[in-house]
Design a protein around this ligand. Structure first.
Ligand code: 6XL
Length: 264
């Protein structure tokens, strides 16, 4: 109360206070000069804005233009510095952001085959006998998430729709941490229509308590999505019915997918 911003870390002499006033201001390392970006065809559009293919410093990239007032931009800009430092072969790499003019632009690695959910649904018949391939996708998501946990970073919205597919069936986790900056109550409130209820454990539904453990629950549901080729978990159930199903003694769990080897 009365502070112009939330305190996110204790002030310490190492943490920038001793740096010259110009350091990290304006063109910092993660700040991208918009004149260096070429925008090409659109890859997708959603509630948060549009994503295009593009080029930046000779690299093919994804350019995400955020719709105004859908995200708490100042907080995100602070967090983006941390996010650029997350580097793992199973995480979609954040290259940098454009903050010097509107809209806010996020530049990331490009994943040419789009969302894992759409990929699974599209390739269902071709992937059908290949449980080893499905298991490999699960392992890749797991490796990306294990790295996030080690770095004490919570995804908050892991699901097959938020993983992307690249060449040679490489799978990477995308949009980690962005959920925290969404301003839409329908998405942030567990009662909201856009809240990912089906990927949420009881403590998230009851108390909005996100943690690496709630990411593990979402990972479990993601495994189920992969082994069902992108079925909707708890199809036909309302949020309230799902909470009742998972949060009681002898609670229900998603059924073991047919393709999941029995010994697991
Ligand atoms: C806050 C977002 C969130 C979710 C977003 C999403 C989901 C996005 C977690 C709810 C939460 N999808 N999404 O921007 C926040 F900002 C999105 C993405 C892409 C396109 C449109 N919307 C996308 C598509 C790619 C790609 O390489 N990247 C992003 C990096 N590739 C292709 C290729 C071919 N066809 C389609 N997409 C995901 O960030």
């Amino acid at each position: 109360a009365g502070l112009s911003t939330r305190l996110r870390s204790p002030p310490s002499p190492e943490a920038g206070n001793t740096a010259p006033a110009s350091a990290g201001f304006g063109h910092s390392k993660y700040e991208i000069d918009p004149s260096e970006i070429q925008i090409e065809q659109q890859l997708g559009a959603g509630c948060f804005g549009t994503v295009n293919q593009g080029k930046w410093r000779g690299k093919v990239v994804a350019v995400k233009m955020m719709k105004e007032n859908t995200m708490s931009e100042d907080s995100f800009i602070e967090e983006a510095r941390t996010m650029t430092q997350l580097n793992h072969p199973n995480l979609v790499q954040l290259y940098g952001i454009v903050t010097q003019r509107k809209p806010l632009i996020i530049v990331t690695e490009l994943m040419p085959y789009g969302s894992l959910l759409a990929y699974l649904r599209r390739h269902k018949s071709r992937l059908l006998p290949k449980t080893a391939t499905l298991l490999d996708m699960c392992t890749q998501v797991c490796n990306g998430m294990a790295y996030l946990e080690k770095r004490r970073f919570i995804h908050r919205d892991l699901a097959a729709r938020n993983c992307l597919v690249g060449e040679s069936m490489v799978v990477k986790v995308a949009d980690f941490g962005l959920a925290r900056y969404v301003l839409d109550d329908e998405y942030t409130s567990s009662q909201g229509t856009k809240f990912p209820v089906k990927w949420a454990p009881p403590e998230v539904l009851n108390f909005t308590r996100f943690s690496s453990k709630s990411d593990v629950w979402a990972f479990g549901v993601t495994l189920w999505e992969i082994f069902t080729y992108g079925f909707q978990p708890w199809a036909g159930l309302t949020g309230q019915q799902i909470l009742e199903a998972i949060d009681k003694p002898n609670s229900q769990r998603l059924e073991q997918p047919d393709l999941c080897p029995r010994e697991y």
